[in-house]
Design a protein around this ligand. Structure first.
Ligand SMILES: [Zn+2]
Length: 502
């Protein structure tokens, strides 16, 4: 029979626990120094080892001859406590035993001394699920615990615990396990189980596990079942239902070009294959995160650990794209996680976000192109900081194109001053007009308005325009736009009315 890796490789000693040395060291010292507390609180994300450590601790404080702080596993007490039906280590799941009666019953039971060892240990899992009255009953026991009793309360949501409970417990925070630790752990397990693997596959499984040993090993289990003991990178992708990397490259390519049409077409294809929408968004977020790493880190594949042919594709994709654009996309897709929880139609959320992102990227890139075109038009010898005749001639404020030319020149001046933030702020805002020598920007976004009207920024804008003509000045106005359109309306507007929403 196949035993799940998570069960088979559950640690039995403190030294076998992955990535929680800050906790296991303190607990070992308490055992060595015979300084056991009566109540412990283990907090942290699921799958980080809270229950495993609680069980090891429960056995170790009872062991007759602990080895380096951990239960020996051989003495009479260890043997007795390894029997799951023993009466000294009680595991209680608060999610299903959360009523006050059950805690009262527990209070009665704690009076009896342990059968085998020195301590009776109660491990209460998901303790935040207890009702208020159950908490009160538990508190009475925590206030005056019998000498032979140790409580270990474990929770994933410590903020839900009453302060009265918190103050009675010695608290330990379990952290997410690092990628390198997870990889090492996986490799050890695969070798021990005679499972073949490639490094890129191990790296991917560890990344998908997101810091949880349990999740990492569950994913590994899925891969083992899927591949029959030869775990390759592609096999992992298939086993977990993640989108093929080639498709991600192609989707990201459409996004970076601002190509809405092909993006929606291909997204539709992916969705048709039955992929989960939230998973698609997550995969896209991860892809843009990878691109950001490629763009900013020199030895990026030390971090990413991808197969070589895929790495060169990533490099190619980042070549003509600014880091700003990549980060914009990363932000968009990672923010969707929250929105999916609030919607009954995740597909629309994903599509609208993709549309807006494409628009934003297209505008941003066209601003860049506009700047470049302006710089090329500028005669080589002309210095921007000097007022020159031809530029002033252009300023006769009569036609609409004049404000655009002026705006463009101002952007060039700002760029020469390295005012990238201001250029980005103005780039978002194409609404401006020139009247009586005043160039007015009209903001509909309050944040943008506040940023632009900071006195430093306003001074810079004014000096940029006065370099073109000292008679000119800049003004920024705020104008609220009407309530935002619903997502359906936006989609219909962009795609036409034949939209069918599944
Ligand atoms: Zn022992």
């Amino acid at each position: 029979m196949y035993l799940a890796l998570y069960r088979k490789y559950r640690p039995t000693t403190f030294d076998g626990v992955i990535g929680q040395e800050h906790i296991t060291t303190s607990l070992k010292n308490q055992i060595k120094n015979n300084a056991i507390s009566h109540a412990y609180l283990f907090c942290g994300t699921r799958g980080t080892g809270k229950t495993s450590v609680a069980k090891i601790f429960a056995k170790s404080i009872n062991c007759e001859h602990p080895v380096n702080g951990s239960a020996c596993g051989k003495c009479a007490t260890c043997v007795a406590l390894n029997d799951p039906s023993n009466l000294d280590i009680m595991e209680i799941d608060a999610a299903s035993n959360n009523r006050v009666d059950e805690i009262r019953e527990l209070r009665e039971k704690v009076k009896y001394p342990p059968v085998n060892g020195k301590f009776k240990v109660y491990i209460i899992d998901e303790v935040h699920m207890l009702t208020d009255s159950a908490f009160n009953a538990l508190l009475k026991t925590l206030e005056e615990p019998p000498k032979h009793v140790v409580f270990i309360l474990a929770t994933t949501e410590v903020q839900k615990l009453p302060a009265t409970i918190l103050s009675r417990c010695l608290r330990f925070d379990f952290k997410l396990v690092g990628q390198a630790d997870l990889e090492q752990h996986l490799k050890r397990i695969f070798k021990d189980s005679q499972i073949e693997y490639d490094d890129a596959a191990v790296s991917l499984i560890a990344r998908l596990g997101e810091g949880s040993v349990r999740d990492t090993l569950s994913i590994a289990d899925m891969c083992v079942a899927y591949t029959n003991k030869n775990i390759t990178y592609n096999a992992v992708l298939n086993a977990v239902g993640a989108i093929d990397k080639e498709i991600l490259i192609s989707l990201a390519g459409h996004i970076l070009k601002g190509d809405v049409h092909n993006l929606l077409k291909e997204l539709n294809e992916v969705i048709k294959t039955g992929k989960n929408i939230a998973q698609i968004a997550k995969d896209l977020a991860n892809h843009f995160r990878d691109l950001a790493v490629v763009k900013t880190c020199e030895n990026f594949n030390d971090i990413l650990k991808y197969p070589n042919d895929f790495v060169s594709k990533l490099e190619k994709q980042t070549k003509d794209v600014s880091i700003d654009t990549i980060l914009k996309a990363l932000k968009t897709f990672s923010a969707l996680d929250n929105e999916f929880r609030l919607t009954t139609n995740p597909r629309i959320v994903l599509e609208v976000a993709s549309l807006n992102l494409c628009d934003e990227i297209k505008n941003y890139e066209s601003l860049e192109a506009r700047l470049e075109a302006l710089e090329q038009k500028r005669p080589q010898t002309m210095s921007v900081s000097v007022q020159t005749q031809p530029e002033v001639v252009l300023l006769k404020p009569t036609k609409q194109t004049d404000d655009k030319t002026l705006f463009g020149k101002m952007l060039v001046n700002l760029r020469n001053k390295n005012e990238v933030m201001l250029i980005a702020l103005l780039g978002e805002n194409t609404n401006f007009n020139l009247k009586d020598d005043v160039l007015t920007f009209v903001c509909s976004n309050e944040q943008e308005f506040k940023a632009l009207t900071k006195s430093d920024n306003l001074n810079i804008l004014n000096s940029a325009i006065k370099e073109i003509n000292p008679a000119l000045s800049v003004k920024v106005e705020f104008k609220e736009v009407k309530a935002e359109k619903s997502m359906e309306e936006l989609l219909k507007e962009k795609l036409g009315t034949d939209l069918k929403v599944n």
